[in-house]
Design a protein around this ligand. Structure first.
Ligand SMILES: NC(=O)C1=CN([C@@H]2O[C@H](COP(=O)(O)OP(=O)(O)OC[C@H]3O[C@@H](n4cnc5c(N)ncnc54)[C@H](O)[C@@H]3O)[C@@H](O)[C@H]2O)C=CC1
Ligand SMILES: CC(=O)C(=O)O
Ligand SMILES: [Mg+2]
Length: 626
């Protein structure tokens, strides 16, 4: 204060002198308004960065101006749109009122958002307790912190936003990212989940509000994989949005401009990757919910240089493979019969194409792993997108989908044609599996499900994998009521099992990449591998498939219960490490170097994984003045 008083006095003196010289001395109130750019005496604070945001006395949230953000090392720690305090109040009030509306006609669980808020407040106050609650009640709260509620959270994020969590890099930050990363308080970051918000679950472009999905995924990294919560970082790269509603919404938290594209877009993602790997060379970056157009390109661009993977393309593929192999076993057939399965896939985006590529490779491996095996495997798939069946006749065919375009001769024989509808395809092909990654709720209509009755499989399988719940291609009730008790059913978001009322239960499996990505991340981290190889991903998928017992698959249970996710993740991480050893990719982790790791038995690797999983326990605290 003393310092300020003398500074203020000398400033007044200088101002007075200036105005005397210009012959017009202003009133005292006018002079005061010159004292700071904000027009008030500043508060001297002894904090910077996140400590300010976490201090209710000084925090202004989204109202920090850009100059203040730079001055106080806050750049990147808040969403990019600077708001007035009036806008902040309006955002709060809109959200408050929305709660009443939601309680009347909101989602199937009208309390889901309220539960999310309570958990989020606990997360803000006490991380250890938050993760204790989440781990102990994972089955109950995964649907709140993850799909489906996380989708609703992202859709309502402008109202729900209180304290920032994670970092924001925007198109306005070009050239600044290398220094901005140092605004993050942690010297060690193990896991980053990054999104550009362009395709959040099946909800489309949610712009900067998509950060909720990165936060939700990292919650599972902590709960399932035991990644230390102080070493995770959710990231939003805000390159604008093409969502017209958000572009017009005065309460939107992101940049109100259309998405950057082409080289401008790439330059931003490149700069981000360079910045985070410069500060944290051993971090793993999970790309999440990027629109397909960029998902594949970015994966190809970075996968051989950086420790990264794309969850929607690669994580989903592994989970689908595990489920598809489970479905073969559920039919009472050996897994090696997988290449005989006829599979219709609805949806040819990042997830659908990721699954198709991995399933084709798995079949080809089983058939001898040569060119003819790869070609034979191709003919087991029929792909239907928004324009119907994809064939070689498709104009401007997407290059990622083209390997799965059916040959004209083949489809003529099958009584099909370019653009044939899903019902027609199912009627003619009589598939063993119908798999949906279309983001279109209810796509598997009564007619489609009726057509599946003609399946040549003893137990046809339906994977309605789109998220959140409202986007599921069909519900388990619809599937079981039309196709009977024998059908195998999996959905991306959780549904309740169906009670047939005759003592039998129709199992609703959750086919979601949450069973894989935590183990892929943990295994990669502990192996020290510099990249995430195809082999490591394959090992993760095979481990998940092998987790299910014969009895379980015969009962139609092809994925484990989420309550055992910590155990599954440990097994998957160990499988990933073993594959990294096999491929000579390990570089060690902390005190365990590569050579030591290479000598570990399977049991020792499992022990090593277990010992490196963080558990929420209060540490003893000691004060040290330095
Ligand atoms: N269960 C899981 O673990 C995962 C589920 N997903 C879900 O998959 C869905 C799709 O994700 P992306 O592939 O990234 O999206 P995307 O937008 O890239 O692809 C959607 C695809 O569906 C097609 N489509 C649209 N309408 C259709 C229709 N009427 N019939 C057939 N196909 C139609 C589009 O042409 C496009 O090929 C989302 O809902 C997402 O939540 C994604 C990743 C993991
Ligand atoms: C589960 C997931 O990653 C998605 O729906 O995009
Ligand atoms: Mg995703």
């Amino acid at each position: 204060m003393t310092k300020w008083n003398s500074l203020s006095a000398s400033l007044m003196k200088r101002l007075k002198l200036h105005y005397q010289m210009s012959n017009s001395i202003p009133a005292l109130s006018q002079v005061r308004s010159f004292t700071t750019s904000e027009g008030h005496r500043p508060a001297i604070i002894h904090k910077r960065s996140l400590d300010i945001l976490h201090d209710p006395w000084f925090n202004k949230g989204t109202a920090f101006t850009m100059t203040e953000r730079d001055r106080l090392d806050l750049r990147g720690l808040l969403p990019p749109n600077v708001m007035s305090s009036e806008q902040q109040i309006e955002r709060f009030m809109v959200d408050l009122k929305r709660l009443e509306v939601q309680a009347r006609d909101g989602p199937s669980d009208p309390n889901a958002l309220a539960k999310w808020r309570i958990l989020n407040r606990l997360h803000d106050r006490n991380e250890t307790m938050y993760y204790k609650v989440l781990i102990a009640h994972i089955e109950e709260y995964a649907p709140i912190v993850y799909t489906p509620t996380v989708g609703l959270v992202c859709q309502n994020y402008s109202g729900l936003f209180r304290r920032p969590r994670g970092m924001y890099f925007s198109a306005e930050d070009r050239g600044e990212m290398m220094s901005m990363v140092y605004n993050w308080p942690a010297d060690q970051v193990d896991m980053i989940v990054v999104t550009d918000g362009s395709r959040i679950l099946g909800l489309g472009d949610l712009g900067v509000h998509g950060i909720g999905i990165a936060i939700g995924k990292l919650d599972l990294y902590v709960a399932a994989a035991g990644i230390n919560p102080q070493r995770v970082l959710p990231v939003m790269i805000d390159v604008g949005t093409n969502n017209e509603k958000l572009l017009k919404d005065p309460l939107y938290l992101g940049l109100q401009q259309n998405r950057l594209d082409g080289d401008e877009y790439l330059a931003i993602i490149d700069e981000f990757m360079e910045a985070v790997f410069t500060r944290w060379p051993h971090v793993i970056v999970q790309f999440e919910d990027f629109q397909s157009k960029w998902a594949f390109k970015l994966l190809q661009r970075y996968r051989n240089t950086y420790r990264m993977f794309n969850d929607d393309v690669q994580g989903t593929a592994g989970v689908a493979i595990a489920g598809l192999l489970g479905a073969v076993r559920a039919q009472g057939r050996p897994m090696i019969d997988f290449p005989k399965q006829k599979i219709v896939v609805a949806g040819a985006g990042s997830a659908g194409i990721g699954v198709l590529n991995a399933a084709r490779k798995t079949m080809a491996r089983m058939l001898g792993n040569n060119e003819s095996a790869f070609e034979a495997a191709r003919s087991q798939f029929w792909v239907v997108d928004a324009q119907g069946l994809i064939t070689e006749e498709r104009e401007n065919i997407d290059q990622d989908a083209s390997p799965f375009a059916r040959k004209v001769k083949e489809i003529n024989r099958q009584g099909l044609r370019e653009g044939a509808s899903l019902v027609e395809v199912v009627q003619q092909v009589k598939p063993d599996v119908l798999l949906g990654l279309s983001a279109v709720g209810g796509l598997f209509t009564k007619e489609v499900l009726e057509a599946l009755k003609g399946s040549t499989a003893t137990r046809p399988a339906i994977f309605a994998m789109s998220n959140p719940t409202t986007n599921a291609e069909c519900t388990p009730e619809q599937a079981f009521s039309i196709l009977g008790e024998n059908v195998i059913f999996a959905s991306g978001s959780p549904f309740k099992d169906v009670d047939f009322g005759n003592g039998h239960i129709g199992h609703c499996n959750q086919g979601n990449n949450m069973y894989l990505f935590p183990g892929i991340g943990l295994g990669t981290l502990l192996s020290g591998a510099p990249i995430v190889s195809d082999g490591m991903l394959q090992a993760a998928a095979e481990c998940l498939a092998a987790y299910m017992t014969e009895d379980e698959v015969h009962e139609g249970i092809i994925y484990p219960s989420i309550s055992s996710i910590r155990d599954i993740t440990k097994e998957i991480a160990a499988a990933v490490i073993m594959e990294a050893i096999e491929e000579d990719l390990v570089e060690g982790y902390r005190g365990v170097d590569a050579r030591e790791l290479q000598k570990f038995s399977k049991e020792q690797i499992l022990e090593f994984v277990k010992n490196n999983m963080w558990s929420p326990e209060y540490p003893t605290l000691v004060y040290n003045q330095d």
